[in-house]
Design a protein around this ligand. Structure first.
Ligand code: NAP
Length: 290
C-alpha cells in the first residue's frame, strides 16, 4: 500500500462491536497488492449513533462501507438507493457514496453463490434444504432462486418464526419455490436434498463439537449431495467433518466471506480485484487465530 497521505481515500466497516471483523485483513491485503491509494478501517458505531455516523462518514469523504451486525437492516432507511437484491434479502452489507448519498446492496448473495457456480451444476429439478431462517438464510434463499432451484426447503425450530419467514417474501419466484418445515421434518426431506446448507451458528467456535444435525441424518443425504456450512471457524465444522467422512462434496463459509468482500471491493474500486490475495490473507489470519 502506498504511504497514507492527504490524498488517500478511505473505506471501512461499520458494526457494533466491530473489532472481530475480518474485513480489514482481507481488504487491506487486496489494496496493498493493487498498490491502491486507499485504506480500509473499522468504525464501531453504537446503534443510537447510526444516523449521525453515516451522514458524517459520507460528509468526510469515505468512499465505501461494509455493514455488519447490528446495522444491516437499520441503515436501509438512511440510504438514497438500494439494489433489487438487497431489497429482496431485506438487508445491505455494502454501501458506496455516490456524491450525494449512500447507495446499498447485498453482496452476501454473490458470495454464497460463488463456490456453487464453480461446481458448474444444473440446479433445475434440485431440492435444497436450509437449516435456520436468520439473516444469512435470507441471502441463501435469494441466491438459490437466482440459481434456478425449484424447491427450497427452510427448516427451523420455531413454528412462529418459520411462518414469519415464509410470509416475508413478495417475489413470486421465491414464493413458489419456498417451503418452510419444522425441524422434525428433516429425516423426511434430507434423503432428497441435493444441497444441504447450515445457516445456523451451531458448530461455530467456541462450540466446535456441536453440529446442527445428528450424524445419522448426515448419513441419509444422497451420495451426490453437497454439504455447505456458512460457518468459517472452525474449518471444517463438525457437520462438514461428518459429510467428508461420507465422501460428500463440502463447502465452508470462508469462500463466501472472501467472495462477498471481493464483490464489494469491485464496486468501490470499479476494477478487477485480487480474490486470491484476499483468500490467502483471510485463511492465514484464521489459521493464526485457531
Ligand atoms: P441469525 O440471523 O442470528 O440466525 C441464526 C439462525 O439459526 C436462526 O434461524 C436461529 O433460529 C437458528 N438457530 C440458532 N441456534 C439454533 C439451534 N440450536 N438449533 C436450530 N436453529 C438454531 O444469524 P445469521 O446472521 O443468519 O448467521 C448464521 C450463521 O451464518 C453464523 O454462523 C454466521 O457466522 C454465518 N454467516 C456466514 C457468512 C459468511 O460469509 N460465511 C455470512 C453470514 C453469516 P432461532 O431464531 O429459532 O434461534
Amino acid at each position: 500500500m502506498p504511504p497514507i497521505t492527504g490524498k488517500t481515500k478511505l473505506l471501512g466497516v461499520i458494526g457494533y462491536p466491530v473489532g472481530h471483523s475480518l474485513s480489514p485483513v482481507m481488504h487491506n491485503a487486496a489494496l496493498q497488492a493493487m498498490a491502491s491509494d486507499y485504506a480500509y478501517a473499522a468504525f464501531p458505531i453504537a446503534p443510537e449513533d447510526l444516523t449521525i455516523a453515516i451522514a458524517g462518514l459520507g460528509a468526510s469523504g469515505v468512499q465505501g462501507l461494509s455493514v455488519t451486525i447490528p446495522h444491516k437492516q437499520a441503515v436501509m432507511p438512511l440510504l438514497t438507493q438500494i439494489t433489487e437484491t438487497a431489497r429482496q434479502v431485506g438487508a445491505v452489507n455494502t454501501l458506496w457514496w455516490d456524491g450525494h448519498g449512500w447507495q446499498g446492496t447485498n453482496t452476501d448473495v454473490e458470495g454464497f453463490l460463488a463456490p456453487l457456480l464453480e461446481l458448474k451444476q444444473d440446479w433445475s429439478g434440485r431440492t435444497t434444504v436450509i437449516l435456520g431462517y436468520g439473516g444469512a438464510a435470507r441471502a441463501v434463499v435469494v441466491g438459490l432462486t437466482q440459481l434456478g432451484c425449484p424447491e427450497i426447503i427452510v427448516v427451523g425450530r420455531s413454528q412462529e418464526k418459520l411462518a414469519q419467514f415464509a410470509n416475508s417474501w413478495t417475489d413470486p419466484k421465491i414464493k413458489q419455490a419456498l417451503q418452510v418445515l419444522p425441524w422434525e421434518a428433516l429425516s423426511t426431506v434430507i434423503p432428497k436434498a441435493s444441497l444441504l446448507i447450515n445457516s445456523t451458528p451451531v458448530g461455530m467456535a467456541p462450540y466446535p463439537k456441536q453440529s446442527p444435525l445428528d450424524q445419522s441424518l448426515v448419513e441419509k443425504l444422497p451420495p451426490t449431495a453437497i454439504a455447505y456450512d456458512l460457518i468459517y471457524t472452525p474449518r471444517p465444522t463438525r457437520f462438514l467433518q461428518h459429510a467428508q467422512e461420507r465422501g460428500l462434496v463440502t463447502i465452508d463459509g470462508a469462500e463466501m466471506l472472501v467472495q462477498q468482500g471481493a464483490a464489494a471491493l469491485k464496486i468501490w474500486l470499479q476494477r478487477e480485484v485480487p480474490v486470491d490475495v484476499m483468500r490467502q490473507a483471510l485463511l492465514h489470519h484464521l489459521e493464526k487465530s485457531a
